[in-house]
Design a protein around this ligand. Structure first.
Ligand code: NAP
Length: 302
């Protein structure tokens, strides 16, 4: 069987593409490496998706999935795509679990948190070093944690961690945050959150579990230590696009047109994995809708 569309990735962009593709009566399947929902499943609180002034990421992901299933979207979890073979009008989506033939592919694989690269980081993952406050915050009840980064992820997750920990220390390499102003205000007014500016974490130290971080002030060069029980790292995102032979920018984000076309005809990309000025649920959803409609038009033209 040849599908009309194979969607790779089950976050907001992929599920929206699935809804639009099903409503266009396309024969479509959505493949997901883990379970459907995407990165928002581990987001404590979403406050900027219209219609839902306050909803947990997991609840919103559940609603997206239910909505897609209502239109009969076929989904398959635990499938890791390794390559897309371009045979012109037919693409072969290759996975360990088997190959699928399709007229179009919509890549919505999102991103993975970037590692900091500090000494001791990799050795202490799961023993105090974490990239997911919603997953691991519970283990740091009434303890002190360091959060590294100054973007929206660092700030929103620091606010989440402040609910259960004794103290959150945000270590940021500049003296200004990159995060949305409203998130900044919430963090600045939280009595449990403090900031260490112009500072980078050079080493994470601990015998069995994290005990402290060694930091360096980038302006003065002064090296000091901060005692902490945990280190939560939010220093940006790496796109999950290694399997796709399409044009990308220097960081690996897929370059698309406004219609979500990639450099290969019949392959589209949407959401956080593409080059875009804003990575939000709202923008991912819009991208997903455009990608599905573009795929439909491409198929009509075949
Ligand atoms: P990001 O916006 O790229 O921010 C990464 C942060 O880490 C920056 O503050 C950066 O510092 C810092 N950083 C990068 N490399 C570093 C290093 N080697 N050492 C120390 N610090 C380093 O990533 P993000 O926060 O994960 O956000 C990604 C996207 O998702 C953004 O578009 C964001 O708006 C969106 N998002 C939105 C929300 C929301 O609630 N609205 C929540 C989460 C994510 P500099 O500032 O100096 O570059």
């Amino acid at each position: 069987m040849v599908y009309d569309a194979v969607i790779i990735g089950g976050g907001p962009a992929g599920l929206t593409a699935g809804i639009y593709a099903k409503r266009a009566m396309l024969n479509v399947i959505l493949l997901e490496k883990m379970g459907v929902g995407g990165q928002i499943i581990v987001t404590d609180l979403v406050e900027n998706y219209p219609g839902f002034p306050e909803i947990s990421g997991a609840d919103l992901a559940g609603k997206f999935e239910q909505h897609a299933l209502k239109f009969g979207l076929e989904t398959k979890g635990m499938v890791e795509v390794t390559h897309i073979e371009d045979r012109g009008k037919i693409k072969v989506v290759k996975a360990h679990e088997g190959d699928l033939e399709t007229k179009t592919v919509i890549i919505t694989t999102g991103t993975t948190p970037k590692k900091l690269g500090a000494k001791g980081e990799l050795q202490l993952i799961g023993r105090g070093v974490s990239y997911c406050a919603t997953c691991d915050g519970f283990f740091f009840r009434v303890k002190t944690v360091v959060v590294v980064g100054g973007g929206d992820s660092a700030i929103t997750e620091a606010i989440y961690l402040a609910k259960m920990t004794k103290k959150v220390i945000i270590v940021h390499r500049r003296d200004k945050l990159r995060a949305e102003k409203i998130n900044q205000d919430h963090a600045f007014s939280n009595p449990k959150i403090s900031f260490v500016w112009d500072t980078v974490v050079e080493e994470i130290v601990g015998k069995q579990v994290v005990e402290k971080v060694v930091v360096r002030n980038v302006k003065t060069g002064a090296v000091s230590e901060i005692k902490t029980d945990g280190v939560f790292i939010y220093v940006g995102l790496i796109p999950n696009t290694g399997f796709a032979d399409v044009n990308k920018d220097e960081r690996g984000f897929i370059i698309t047109s406004g219609c979500m076309e990639t450099s290969v005809k019949g392959i589209f990309a949407a959401g956080d994995c593409r080059v875009t000025p804003l990575r939000q649920i709202a923008t991912a959803v819009g991208d997903g809708a455009i990608a599905a409609v573009s795929a439909e038009r491409y198929i009509e033209g075949l």
